[in-house]
Design a protein around this ligand. Structure first.
Ligand code: GLA
Length: 329
């Protein structure tokens, strides 16, 4: 049997690793995210901090873009005597390692956004999770495109319109989001043969651009594009690639998912772009609610709901300010 948590902490304190823990006596939780530079995760952190300020705990925010950094983040949190952590993992397959490390230190763990998967490939059900209703939200994105296409007089069935699906299918939520979007457009009359997949290596704007560019170039004969992806950044990358190939905004209908700063920056531009809309998610529910649930679990033993799925709202240039004002009220 290995050392107990108390022994490990004593050892780390001896090494000076736990030294700063005393500077703040409030209980602490960790909030680990895979892509700290992404607006969505900045918003989650912002709301987690608010939960801490309102309920008397400190949130230790750590960006961990790979497995090594996730594991060292967990060690750091243990050294700081945190109660546990909320995590959006850089790779769901780290599930068993995250679970084991948290258990070794006696830390509570819950996942947000991207669900952890076990050695059998199934979700780890014992780890509470808050995610978006991926299929529904993807379906909404597709329906927004279908409505706008009809408004522009596009004939989806004609073969003149292509659907670019920025794909990150190794992530279940990413797969479901874009499947929902694709199926909604097929239901609206788009032939399945007009769907073009562009697999992304990364889920940021650059990853979307790099994936979209060769597909749009190859299919240069198609001059009207609908664009979907797992988040705003992916769709923005696709829109930028289409613009770069000379398509005008009236030939592009991109609908993202997120509605955080990447989308609102686009809606704030003086002239509309091909990024037509986004489905607004709730960083408050993913940041504030998860942080508070984790804190209450660690502090008072109240276990969080095992599985929560959140909804989205259609956001466009016309309503984004009003929507955000309502959300932040
Ligand atoms: C995933 C994506 C993020 C964001 C969240 C929302 O983690 O990578 O961009 O969409 O889901 O749950």
């Amino acid at each position: 049997m290995g050392p107990t948590r108390r022994e490990m902490l004593a050892l780390m304190a001896g090494l000076g690793l736990a030294g700063c823990a005393r500077s703040d006596d409030r209980p602490k939780i960790g909030f680990i995210v895979k892509q700290p530079e992404e607006q969505w995760f900045q918003s989650e952190w912002f709301h987690a901090d608010r939960a801490g300020a309102e309920h008397g705990f400190t949130v230790i925010k750590i960006g961990a873009p790979d497995g090594d950094r996730v594991l060292s983040a967990i060690d750091t949190l243990a050294a700081k005597n945190a109660l546990g952590f909320v995590i959006c993992t850089p790779d769901p397959k780290l599930g068993p390692a995250i679970r084991q490390s948290a258990a070794m230190w006696g830390l509570k763990v819950m996942s947000v956004d991207d669900r952890l998967i076990g050695p059998d490939g199934d979700p780890i059900e014992s780890i509470p999770h808050v995610g978006i209703s991926a299929l529904n939200i993807g379906t909404m994105a597709g329906q927004v495109i279908a409505r706008e296409a009809a408004g522009r007089g596009w004939d989806l069935a004609s073969g003149e319109v292509g659907l670019l699906r920025l794909a990150f299918d190794s992530l279940q939520t990413g797969l479901e989001r874009t499947q929902g979007g694709r199926d909604a457009l097929i239901a609206a009359g788009l032939p399945a043969s007009a769907v073009y997949d562009a697999p992304q290596r990364t889920t940021d704007t650059e990853g979307g651009f790099t994936a979209a560019n060769p597909v749009l170039t190859r299919m240069g004969a198609i001059r009207k594009w609908a664009i979907i992806g797992m988040n705003d950044e992916a769709v923005l990358g696709g829109v930028r690639a289409a613009e770069g190939l000379g398509l005008s905004r009236s030939d592009i209908i991109g609908v993202g998912i997120g509605g955080s700063g990447s989308a609102t920056a686009e809606f704030s531009k003086a002239n509309p772009t091909g990024f037509f809309a986004s489905i607004l998610l709730s960083p408050k529910r993913h940041g504030y609610d998860t942080a508070l649930a984790l804190y209450r679990w660690g502090e008072a033993g109240e276990a969080p709901a095992p599985l929560v799925y959140t909804d989205g709202l259609e956001m466009t240039r016309d309503n984004w300010q009003a929507l955000l004002a309502e959300q932040n009220a």
